[in-house]
Design a protein around this ligand. Structure first.
Ligand SMILES: [Zn+2]
Length: 219
């Protein structure tokens, strides 16, 4: 009886407030963000986990998948922007985090911040939002260590210029506590120079281990 009333209530809400999949616009239940097909497209990919790439400062890079596998979702999230996708992408990061014994014992997280200019253009800091959603699902503490100084966006530059452009781009914004280890979140790693520069700044204040956690890698 109660179950029937609840189902009836859900049906009514679905009628009154029709909801559509953020990616393909198929009709879905009001509690969902993606339809079943799109969900499988995002989560069906096997997590790549730790990536075999050497960095100067970053201790290890963990990632959900290759960029091509998740490109559409990331583009929709960043540029449309479809902010609700932050929850889905945070789930993807959490999948990697909880599967790794090394990562899941690190209770503090931070992120690669956007510059003021790109925040204004986009209307929000997409990595900060993603990290915030991740902190909720993973029950970790978000520490906003870094801020970005306006320099040319990395996307406009080639590989070599990217590395020199990124030096000095990140500074310490605030220090509340200095944990032994931290998880550093970003969306995509291409040359790795951005995330490594952030790891350098984090280590300069005494953090011993920095683990990168990203949605995708593209190299
Ligand atoms: Zn869909």
């Amino acid at each position: 009886m109660i179950k029937n009333v609840i189902t009836l209530g859900y049906n009514l809400i679905n009628q009154l407030f029709p909801n559509t999949c953020v990616l393909c616009e198929q009709k879905i239940d009001f509690r969902q963000i993606l339809c079943q097909d799109c969900r499988e497209k995002v989560f069906g990919v096997f997590p790549v986990m730790s990536v075999n790439k050497k960095f100067r400062f970053l201790d290890k890079l963990w990632t959900f998948t290759k960029y091509d596998e998740i490109r559409d979702v990331i583009i929709n999230y960043k540029f449309t922007p479809r902010i609700r996708l932050s929850k889905i992408l945070a789930e993807a990061l959490y999948k990697v985090y909880r599967s790794s014994p090394e990562l899941k014992n690190i209770p503090h997280i931070t992120f690669v911040p956007s510059t003021k200019v790109s925040k204004l253009q986009r209307g929000f800091d997409h990595i900060e939002k993603l990290t915030y959603e991740f902190s909720k699902v993973s029950n970790t503490e978000l520490l906003k260590f870094l801020k970005a100084i306006n320099k040319k966006p990395q996307i406009e530059l080639d590989g070599k210029t990217r590395i020199s452009n990124v030096i000095g781009k990140y500074r310490i914004a605030e220090i509340k506590t200095i944990p032994e280890k931290i998880v550093l979140i970003d969306d995509i790693v291409t040359t790795g120079s951005t995330i490594d520069e952030c790891a350098k700044v984090l280590k300069s204040i005494g953090i011993k281990e920095v683990h990168g956690l990203t949605l995708a890698y593209n190299f």
